[in-house]
Design a protein. Structure first.
Length: 193
């Protein structure tokens, strides 16, 4: 295969993906989310679609936060505190720096959440054999019960919500978001060096 033929084949695949994604955006929005009729160049369409994906991701982030606050309004923990409880539930005892890396947030942000959770006796510190100054944080029995109840309530609500999106589409969306997260994280770390 020549370099030109390879490029054409790759562009054909990308153009097919662009068409599928554009059809998905149009179907989800009920109409074109952005005025694409004046754009004829593949790269411009791709940029617009990426911008649309990122915009929807930001909006979804805020919608998730608002939804979680509404679902758990009587629990007494913030959405950020809930995220720490969930990390500990899923991973077990974890240090603050490890949690920060896993959530792509600052160590200070996680430390604030941990301090609030310590005050409520939902987590506790344990010695860290790998690091004398960075304790492991673990759930207390009440913290474990709280996050289990929160997750069960969320699952109950989510299973009743109808989005009209297939399991396959959810899998594909997860893969797309994970690929962009990895690419952006790698680029940000490269730029910080």
């Amino acid at each position: 295969m020549t370099a030109r033929a390879g490029k054409t084949a790759r562009n054909g695949v990308h153009r097919t993906w662009v068409g599928v994604a554009l059809a998905a955006f149009t179907a989800a929005a009920g109409s074109e989310p952005y005025p694409l009729t004046s754009i004829n160049h593949y790269d411009n369409m791709l940029v617009i679609m990426i911008e649309a994906l990122f915009d929807e991701t930001r909006l979804l982030f805020h919608a998730l936060k608002e939804w979680a606050e509404a679902v758990h309004s009587d629990v007494g923990v913030t959405v950020s505190m809930r995220a720490v409880l969930e990390i500990l539930f899923l991973r077990g005892a974890t240090s603050v720096p490890e949690m920060a890396r896993a959530r792509l947030v600052s160590r200070q942000h996680i430390q604030q959440q941990v301090d609030a959770l310590l005050d409520q006796k939902l987590v506790r510190r344990e010695p860290n054999p790998a690091h004398k100054r960075s304790s492991l944080i673990t759930l207390t029995d009440s913290g474990r019960a709280l996050i289990q109840n929160m997750r069960a309530e969320e699952l109950g609500v989510l299973t009743r919500l109808q989005t009209g999106v297939s399991d396959n589409a959810v899998r594909n969306a997860t893969q797309v978001l994970a690929a962009w997260k990895d690419a952006l994280t790698t680029d940000a770390r490269r730029r910080k060096r």
